[in-house]
Ligand binder design. Structure first.
Ligand SMILES: [Zn+2]
Length: 492
């Protein structure tokens, strides 16, 4: 099975396969660590996680490199305001980033590359460009890429060069330049700024050169796939291509994947709009990490996703259905034998699931057959037409599903606990929802004790007390389920 993935560079669905026949070498633009990441950032990382997990499911190993931009204008400004070194300033956001990463069960890339640890590679690349006549030094000591040196500029975003001068000025407007479209490779140090003394002068790297230098350091001059959010396509990715291909005369990445924007209630997410959400912020509102993950991946990467609280509620319900069903299979005792219709349904669901993901990672279409299978199986169980071999046929389908979606296994307690600890430490307990606070006021042991007390009350026919305990637990988000195997409880 081969994944066919939309390639921004060619404008069509192309098969995605390792050029070296071994591992798929891929680079993904990582975070700039000057603040907590928002759910739009994490939607991109989650969709890239779907990609790498699906590749592995179909037997393609990946070598995935992600950068961390730990020096830039905002970081320098903010750390100066806080009066601390940039390394100290960024440390807390790096830590928070990986906490959120883990909460959402995004797999760690094989290689994480920090910009500040790769300055020599960036300097070497600027020197190479300068030797080729494609980079020049401005009067203040900053270095620029001469866009005229790369006639193919614009081939990724398909932008018309004549109309894009304003866009290209954005990240270079503080510097002198002989053409509005040229962009900074290296920024000369201003007094008091964090900088490095190098062969091309004292300063710090521009953002674009970081990704080119680190991608080539770990993946070689040419590699299989470059990913990122759609907002990076221009000018960042265009500039990466210009620098890299001018330096090497080889194609940089063969395949480019761009994850589309996230909207909130149909509008662009912005702090000023009051619709800006972080992962930890949603956890503190009482949403489960698995629900955030499922909501953010259920709309395919190539479509805009309109985030709403309804979408989170839908994801919460879907996860509940998945987990309840898996529990039903695990806890039930089924007679030997098989139901041919269920056998057929399991095969069909698995094939449709994989085909949908192989078709440009269509997560929405991939989910559908899984839930259809659950409905069919539940009906068969209710009618006594479900057998041990049916369970054995369905469990691998759920395993396939969770290899990519990863929401059935319940690991939601830990991220919530960590978010609460973070809120407590940072004096943000006011952001915690009252329901979550109430639920957290009960330890597992306290719940066990109340459940035991309720059982004893029922045995002694003290039904008032039994009901009272059930209601008290319900108010704190704990649901009791009486079944023939005994009493189970769970947090909502
Ligand atoms: Zn990048």
């Amino acid at each position: 099975m081969t994944l066919r993935l939309f390639n921004t560079l060619t404008g069509q669905l192309d098969p995605l396969e390792p050029a070296d026949g071994k591992a798929l070498r891929m680079y993904a633009c990582g975070p700039t660590v000057y603040d907590y990441g928002h759910i739009g950032n994490f939607r991109t990382f989650l969709q890239i996680d779907v990609l790498r997990r699906f590749l592995r499911l179909i037997g393609t190993p990946v070598r995935h490199v992600m950068n961390i931009t730990d020096v830039d204008d905002k970081i320098i400004r903010n750390s100066a305001e806080a009066g601390i070194p940039i390394s100290e300033y960024t440390a807390r956001y790096v830590e928070a980033f990986f906490e959120d990463f883990e909460a959402l069960r995004i797999e760690r890339p094989e290689q994480i590359a920090r910009a500040t640890e790769h300055i020599p590679q960036m300097v070497a690349l600027v020197e190479k460009l300068a030797a080729a006549g494609a980079a020049y030094k401005a009067e203040d000591g900053s270095w620029y890429f001469r866009l005229a040196a790369f006639p193919e500029y614009g081939k990724l975003s398909k932008k018309d060069l004549s109309g894009m001068e304003d866009g290209a000025r954005v990240d270079v407007d503080e510097y002198e330049k002989d053409s509005a479209r040229d962009f900074a490779l290296w920024k000369a140090a201003k007094p008091g700024e964090t900088s490095w003394e190098t062969a091309i002068g004292r300063g710090r790297p521009g953002w674009h050169i970081e990704c080119s230098a680190m991608a080539m350091e770990y993946l070689g001059e040419s590699f299989d796939l470059h990913c990122g959010g759609e907002d990076l396509m221009f000018p960042h990715h265009e500039n990466e291509i210009a620098q890299s291909e001018t330096a090497t005369h080889k194609p940089f990445a063969r395949h480019w994947m761009h994850v589309r924007f996230l909207l909130v209630d149909g509008r662009k997410m912005a702090k000023s709009e009051g619709n800006f959400y972080t992962v930890r912020g949603l956890l503190l509102k009482g949403y489960k990490a698995s629900a955030i993950r499922l909501a953010l991946i259920s709309v395919p990467y190539h479509r805009q996703f309109n985030f709403t609280f309804d979408s989170l509620a839908d994801a919460t319900n879907a996860i509940e259905r998945l987990r309840t069903f898996r529990e039903r299979l695990a806890a039930g005792t089924f007679r030997a034998g098989e139901n041919p219709a269920i056998q057929e349904a399991a095969k069909k669901a698995q094939a449709e699931y994989r085909d949908a993901l192989a078709d440009d990672l269509n997560t929405a279409e991939a989910r559908a057959p899984i839930f259809e299978l659950i409905r069919a199986a539940n009906t068969a169980i209710d009618q006594g037409q479900f057998f041990a071999a049916d369970r054995d046929a369905i469990l691998p389908v759920l395993k396939d599903f969770d290899a990519v979606f990863d929401v059935i296994e319940d690991r939601d307690a830990e991220p919530t606990r960590r978010a609460l600890a973070w809120a407590e430490k940072g004096g943000r307990m006011g952001d915690v929802s009252p329901e979550l606070l109430a639920a957290q006021s009960l330890t597992d042991e306290a719940i066990d004790a109340l459940v035991a007390e309720r059982a004893a009350a029922k045995r002694s026919r003290n039904f008032d007390r039994a009901d009272q305990i059930r209601n008290e637990l319900a108010e704190k988000g704990v649901v009791i389920e009486d079944s023939k195997d005994g009493v189970r409880w769970k947090r909502k």
